[in-house]
Design a protein around this ligand. Structure first.
Ligand code: NAI
Length: 342
């Protein structure tokens, strides 16, 4: 059994994490959860902070977490728990796969994209200064070390996954020094270590236009932090939305798996959220355990769960966001009913 830290999070987080836990149990995934809290949920429980030290300590101890979304107030209040967690644990690579799903009709077929996002720097440094009344400066941070690290990680990932092509989305025509540094490092890593992987550079705004015109022209998209955030939601829109878009935040020691979506306050508590994005993130988690701890049982559980949700969707079992009528629990039942025999 592998111990995984489960952080239910805020809004729809507890609903979708309960659903995922049910599927993992039904699939006999070799995982035991310890529950810890973050976000407003932590404050509601009387913990000292939105990112309590006991939550961070548990991830450091067990090295893997499955995390629900945490709310961040807009334009006021505490800063993002999600950003803080990624920085604290040095989870520098965000990986977000976007693939077309059986039975989920969108404008495109056979989309198969991966966004790799630098997760610790850029405008997410959170350094904002009031210079004088009416003038604010927001700092975009880029360090050569982090640019090299994410470039290397992306090329290594592409090689392991047998992906042919990496495209960087950048704005180095304007941000010549910061985005320019990422291009510098990516070019060096490509030329020196991975010349067999096709590498190209596209200005981020043109890249977004090309994505909606023809997503199949891209394979892996590598970005600094903010562009990675924005392009992720665009890619989610190509395959059915935020309810079906999973993700992982990976560092040298620890990995936190979470959906791309947020706490969805507009539907929280109604029992209608799509648990698939977090379920797909849990499949990524199982595959991560299979790779890093050489445990075939994890790989098998991941495969069975993936088969079950593909079958459910193919049979027209869908939540509201995908045009169906099922609530969170009923959709979860339909996935469990389709798990192949173990
Ligand atoms: P959001 O992703 O929570 O919601 C955007 C829209 O997508 C809403 O209409 C929502 O109902 C829908 N949606 C999202 N997930 C869904 C699901 N699983 N099933 C069905 N519909 C779903 O983005 P929003 O509203 O911009 O942010 C809400 C809060 O979440 C904010 O406080 C934000 O900071 C936080 N957030 C947290 C993230 C994290 O914890 N990693 C990521 C993104 C946002």
């Amino acid at each position: 059994m592998h111990t995984v830290v489960l952080i239910p999070g805020d809004g729809i987080g507890p609903e979708v994490s309960t659903a995922v836990r049910r599927v993992l149990t039904a699939a006999n995934a070799p995982i035991g959860f310890v529950e810890r809290h973050a976000g407003e949920a932590a404050l509601d429980r009387g913990l000292e902070d939105v990112l309590p030290s006991e939550t961070v300590a548990a991830i450091r101890e067990h090295h893997v977490a499955l995390k629900g979304p945490c709310t961040t107030p807009v334009g006021r209040g505490f800063s993002s728990v999600n950003v803080a967690l990624r920085k604290k644990l040095n989870l520098y690579a965000a990986v977000r796969p976007f693939r077309s799903l059986p039975g989920v009709k969108t404008r495109y077929e056979d989309v198969d994209l991966i966004v790799i996002r630098e997760n610790t720097e850029g405008l997410y440094s959170g350094i904002e200064n009031l210079i004088t009344d009416g003038v604010v400066v927001s700092m975009k941070v880029a360090t050569r070390g982090a640019c090299h690290r994410i470039s290397h990680w992306a090329f290594r990932y592409a090689t392991h996954r047998r992906r042919a092509k990496i495209t960087i989305f950048h704005k180095a025509n304007i941000m010549k020094m910061s985005d320019g540094m990422l291009l510098d490092e990516a070019r060096k890593v490509h030329e020196r270590d991975y010349p067999n992987i096709d590498y190209s550079e596209v200005i981020v705004d043109a890249g977004h236009m090309r994505l909606v015109q023809n997503p199949k022209q891209f394979d892996i998209i590598l970005c600094e932090n903010l562009y990675g955030d924005i392009v992720s939601d665009l890619c989610a829109g190509l395959i059915g939305g935020l309810g079906v878009s999973p993700g992982a935040n990976i560092g040298e020691e620890d990995a936190v798996f979470e959906a791309v979506h947020g706490s969805a306050p507009d539907i929280a508590g109604q029992g209608v959220a799509n648990p698939l994005a977090l379920l797909m993130s849990s499949v990524m988690l199982l595959n991560h355990l299979a790779e890093t701890r050489h445990d075939e049982a994890c790989r098998k559980a991941a495969e069975r769960i993936r088969t079950a949700y593909d079958r459910a969707l193919d049979d027209g079992q869908k939540t509201r966001d995908l045009g169906g009528e099922l609530g969170t629990a009923a959709f979860t039942d339909s996935v469990i009913a389709r798990l192949p025999a173990g």
